[in-house]
Design a protein around this ligand. Structure first.
Ligand SMILES: Nc1ncnc2c1ncn2[C@@H]1O[C@H](COP(=O)(O)OP(=O)(O)OP(=O)(O)O)[C@@H](O)[C@H]1O
Length: 244
């Protein structure tokens, strides 16, 4: 895939938070139709990278482009992005149905059938207020909304964390049936290497604020997961010294 077709492209991106250089000289391209998993030890910078791509954090150096524009400055670029943060951030009084009413107006590519399919797969209540839902259910609401928006760039920060086995299977099946869109690039951060090996076209490994790539390919899943685990153990913890 040529660089010019990339939905998202980072060039030489650097971010400093407090005194820590959290991202340095980051180079990344995300192409239509690919699903990349983002791996790395605690504190490696995965959430920071997601926020830079989502446009909620501005890089200090380098360039960030999503659909050709800087998402921290361009509303059009942000409308092409579906970002599900690791902690749900919808207003607590909303339900899936009321949130969908707002989201439908923001995304020209909105698809109601995908919304209800994803909600069913994730066993998300349609009417319960976010404040009355469990953390896993609230995460499911945000994910169903992001899938229904059919964004060009889908960013999911630890979507499998805190899910029970049924919700996890629902999410996996939603991934396998709904996420693999030809015109969407998807980036998923996770600490679950078995799931990473199962869903990924490509694995990105964060180490010391930089990225390394690892092909996942068609190798047997347990071999891929073992290879990813071996790679991860060779990486350094985040700049604050957090252990994996
Ligand atoms: N607001 C902040 N001020 C200073 N340092 C910060 C701030 N937010 C994050 N950091 C530091 O930036 C580094 C990267 O954090 P980030 O949340 O991106 O890591 P992560 O890879 O997502 O970690 P985890 O796997 O634990 O979620 C960490 O060392 C963290 O302490």
């Amino acid at each position: 895939m040529s660089e010019t077709n990339d939905i998202a492209r980072l060039r030489g991106v650097g971010v400093k938070l407090g005194r820590s250089e959290v991202l340095r000289g980051l180079e990344l391209g995300l192409a239509p139709g690919e699903l990349c998993v983002l791996l790395g030890r605690n504190g490696a910078g995965k959430t920071t990278l997601m926020r830079v791509l989502a446009g909620t954090l501005r890089a200090e150096s380098g360039s960030v482009r999503v659909c050709g524009a800087d998402p921290s400055r361009s509303a059009a670029a942000r409308a092409a992005i579906g970002f599900v943060p690791s902690l749900p951030d919808l207003p607590p009084w909303m339900s899936l149905t009321t949130a969908a009413r707002f989201a439908r107006r923001c995304y020209p590519t909105w698809d109601d059938r995908r919304l209800w399919r994803a909600a069913d797969a994730l066993a998300v209540p349609r009417r319960g207020r976010i404040s009355k839902l469990s953390r896993g259910q609230a995460a499911g609401v945000q994910l169903a909304l992001a899938l229904a928006a059919r964004p060009r760039l889908l960013l999911l920060d630890e979507p499998f964390a805190g899910l029970d086995a049924v919700a996890r299977d629902g999410l996996l099946s939603a991934f396998l049936t709904e996420v693999d869109l030809e015109d969407t690039a998807t980036l998923v951060s996770t600490h679950d290497l078995d799931i990473a090996a199962r869903i990924a076209d490509r694995a990105l490994l964060m180490d010391g604020g930089a990225l390394r790539e690892q092909a996942v390919g068609d190798a047997q899943l347990e071999h891929s997961a073992a290879a990813l685990r071996a790679l991860l153990t060779q990486t350094t913890p985040g700049p604050d010294g957090a252990a994996a």
